[in-house]
Design a protein around this ligand. Sequence first.
Ligand code: TA6
Length: 303
Amino acid sequence: MKSMIDIDLLDEKYSIEGEIGFMEMEGELPFISVSNKYAQADICLYGAHVMSFTPHKTMELLWMSPTSFSEEGKAIRGGIPVCFPWFGPHPTDPKKPQHGFGRLIYWDVVETKSEANGETLIRFQLNASEETKAYWPHNFTAELAITVGTKLQLALKVTNSSQEAFEYSAALHSYFNVSGIENCTIEGLQGTKYFNQLTGDHEVQEEPVLKINEPVTRHYLDTETPVVIADPVFRRRILVEKAGSRVTTVWNPGEEATAGIPDIPDDGYHAFICVEATNAFNNCITLAPGKSHETTAIIGLEE
Ligand code: TA6
């Protein structure tokens, strides 16, 4: 697959001087570096995976594992993995990769643009191919439009280009950089029903805010409301807004599980929380032929 990436050609076609450049570093997957008047961002071509987003005069919003793999065939740990066309384990075949193939394949860059307001747009596309059909039989186009401004917007639009309806699940699996998980609270989910993946139960969050003092894998159902990660030590509130996503996943593995995850340092779970714009469980997406659905996440600091 890597041989198909011609970084010089991409740079020639899609770079914008002083704003977008294509990078290839020894031992690393190729990525796009974006810099504009609002922010700095790095996006890996493998998985169309945002690895860094730093609005000017702030600290990095996303967490990247210092021990992440950066090689084909292995998912990047941290940033924003695109889970598609299934979320979690494959529904019937445990041999297929967790969270689908979207994060394990190069996406094509189809457009870069400097917007009139100074934001930067990068559009990626993934089309059905022999490679994707080995995992998933359907004809589809997935497009990820990433806008870098004071906020970072990701819009994942999936179109069914086959003759039959299909179902998929997906998530924009954002890892946020926090001062320490024990310092933070997550706001916006009170009164919301969730599937607790660690117990298998359905519960309702009674507490006004969620505090992470144990491992958490919760999928909040039928909710589109914004979520805030309040981090008083970093003195900031990260706002996660979404559209076209009916499930909000909150994940932190805690100490014991982290010890079994090779690409997170043993104490790494302190430094991040995942809040994800998901469509899965009771909100998988069924698309009739020719139809599309868009899952959007908007990430930034609360103003
Ligand atoms: O979104 C939560 C989750 O599905 C967890 O169950 C956990 O496994 C996590 O994602 C990370 O998955 P990964 O395949 O990247 O290790």
